[in-house]
Design a protein around this ligand. Structure first.
Ligand SMILES: [Zn+2]
Length: 136
């Protein structure tokens, strides 16, 4: 009997790859072109003045939602790349391993809880850009 190869980090994170791919698919589906068409159609024929602020509000929510989705897709793509490169599950800030509990909750997490909190704090103080904030 041959000696079994040691489980590398690639197979260790195989389940996360599946989760990430499924999530990406879900996000892509939720960002349907149909929704975008609806917003555009509403912009083309504003009903009356009173409705306008409500419309703008809905539009803002839509655009904001899509921005989050795009960000999330990018973070998922990054995470998949890190699995390929064997860098997955390691905090990009302090290089400590990210806890399994955290990866289960946020499979595209780039930072450990401690670093993510530090970054969130820096964002709230305007010291860094929102780009480092985690998408949800
Ligand atoms: Zn860290």
């Amino acid at each position: 009997m041959k000696t079994k190869m040691k489980n590398g980090s690639k197979s260790k994170f195989a389940s996360y790859r599946k989760v990430l791919e499924a999530k990406a698919e879900e996000v892509r589906r939720s960002m349907s072109a149909q929704k975008a068409a609806q917003v555009v159609a509403r912009l083309d024929c504003p009903s009356d003045e009173g409705d306008l602020s409500q419309q703008h509000h809905e539009e803002w929510i839509f655009l904001n939602r899509n921005t989050i989705d795009i960000k999330l897709l990018r973070q998922i793509a990054d995470a998949l790349q890190r699995i390929d490169h064997g860098a997955y599950g390691t905090c990009m800030e302090c290089e400590e391993p990210i806890s399994t509990k955290r990866l289960d909750a946020v499979p595209w997490a780039r930072y450990c809880v401690t670093c993510q909190e530090k970054i969130a704090d820096r964002i709230s103080h305007g010291e860094t850009v929102d780009e480092y904030q985690e998408a949800r």
